[in-house]
Write a protein that binds this ligand. Sequence first.
Ligand code: FAD
Ligand code: NAI
Length: 474
Amino acid sequence: MSKQFDVLVIGGGPGGYVAAIRAAQLGFATACCESNPYADPKGEPRLGGTCLNVGCIPSKALLHTSHLFEEAAHTFAGQGIKVSAPSIDVPVMKARKDGVVTQLTAGIKGLFKKNKVTMIPGHGSFVGKDGEFYKVKVGGEEVLAKQVIIATGSKPRHLPNVPVDQKIVMDNEGALNQESVPKKLAVIGAGVIGLEMGSVWRRLGSEVTILEALPDFMPFADQDVAKEALKLFTKQGLSIQTGVKIGEIKAGKKGVSIAYESKDGKAEKLDADRLIVSIGRIPNTDGLNAEAVGLKLNERGMIEVDGHCRTNLPGVWAVGDVVRGPMLAHKAMEEGVMVAELIAGQAGHCNLDLVPGVIYTAPEIAWVGKSEQQLKAEGVAYKAGKIPFLANGRALGMGDPSGFVKMLACAKTDCILGVHIIGPNASELISEAVVAMEFGGASEDLARICHAHPTLSEAVHEAALACDKRALHF
Ligand code: FAD
Ligand code: NAI
């Protein structure tokens, strides 16, 4: 006898588990299947997807520990705190990180129970249709559902002919689970994972070299921010080489050797104890048996969807990393909620233009909206307000005055078009910009709002004032 549901969600990552909870809240009989090979203490697949298990959460836990380590080693003395040189116990650091992951993934199971979402362990793949129901095989059983939300996420892209053993050659999974600090760490790809993971292990003592294929550093960010970031990261000791061509990679039991051509065409070789390959991610659509129902994928294997995450099949939706748009947990969650609400006949909404991006390095980097180079390319007349954290009392008091806030507003309407921050707590500060922009706010609006003193948010306030050339503290 098949199990029958109104909504079946395939994949229990941030896109899927949030969609399932919202669908259940809206009164649908909802199930979510998950095939994560990592089991929780009860032997069931862990929920939370890449984000909770091998992504956002564990990486931020390690970034936090390694930041504290660096503070203790380098900044305590200057504030009069005397401690002997700190040392790092990697297994303890890792166990704390694993504890956070276990707590949060178990928390999702609790949320499923509270909201009456049925969790079905196992890999979901389409079988066909039965009247108004889609038939999906999950593990050994058949599940019938009127609506299917695909949230199968993504997996790391690997280099051809370079096997990942998660010990010497690692992707994000191995990078988060190293048992010791490598003396020399090579990273291929200066994207978000390369920068965050490179920072973690550098802070703990590794000599880190990042090799990037593109000629420019962080081309996706505002170039003012990218320049400042490159300057600061290099000063911290990260060696970042752009415009390289990776050649042969030889990995043994004790290390790895990477042949590459440098930007100026020289043949180079980098020997390292370990290598992190962080060259982007690919959608998880294999094993879904999309052909059984005629589900359309694009040439990159992503599921094709419209602005409301509708696929080419009525009643089949797809959200998160498996569809177009930034591969970010908050974007996946927004889409999950939108789809559940659309299924319920409500007006679901997800504005891909205002999904904030954050890199959790030190200083942090965060942005929303258009960069200056994008506005120039689009021929949009704009004005800019830029305030360094050096002019912010709170940042100075915290001993962390690097970076700036840059606001871009329309020259004609004053509407805020983009905000770019590199500096302390940029990840939190960017929310004010997202709210203002979602409300169609102008720089004048933010300039006229009272910001608490002394706070880092005053730098956002000052950047808004600077758009009108009337900054007060710079
Ligand atoms: P996923 O989280 O990948 O979840 C998909 C789930 O579906 C998985 O659990 C998988 O096991 C399951 N699944 C796949 N196929 C099937 C199937 N056929 N049947 C059943 N189950 C299936 N984003 C941020 O916003 N902020 C960050 O700080 C951040 N840090 C990151 C750090 C790292 C190291 C990495 C790798 C990623 C990070 N991300 C971050 C990205 C974020 O993790 C993803 O964007 C997010 O997890 C995508 O959510 P999702 O639900 O679409 O997919
Ligand atoms: P990425 O897309 O951010 O960066 C990959 C980098 O590798 C690019 O700069 C690319 O030019 C480079 N590259 C590709 N092929 C290469 C090659 N052969 N040789 C050298 N360089 C090469 O991808 P990354 O870092 O793997 O992260 C995947 C995704 O996970 C991100 O796009 C992001 O969506 C998400 N993520 C988000 C985080 C956050 O929000 N803070 C943190 C970590 C990951």
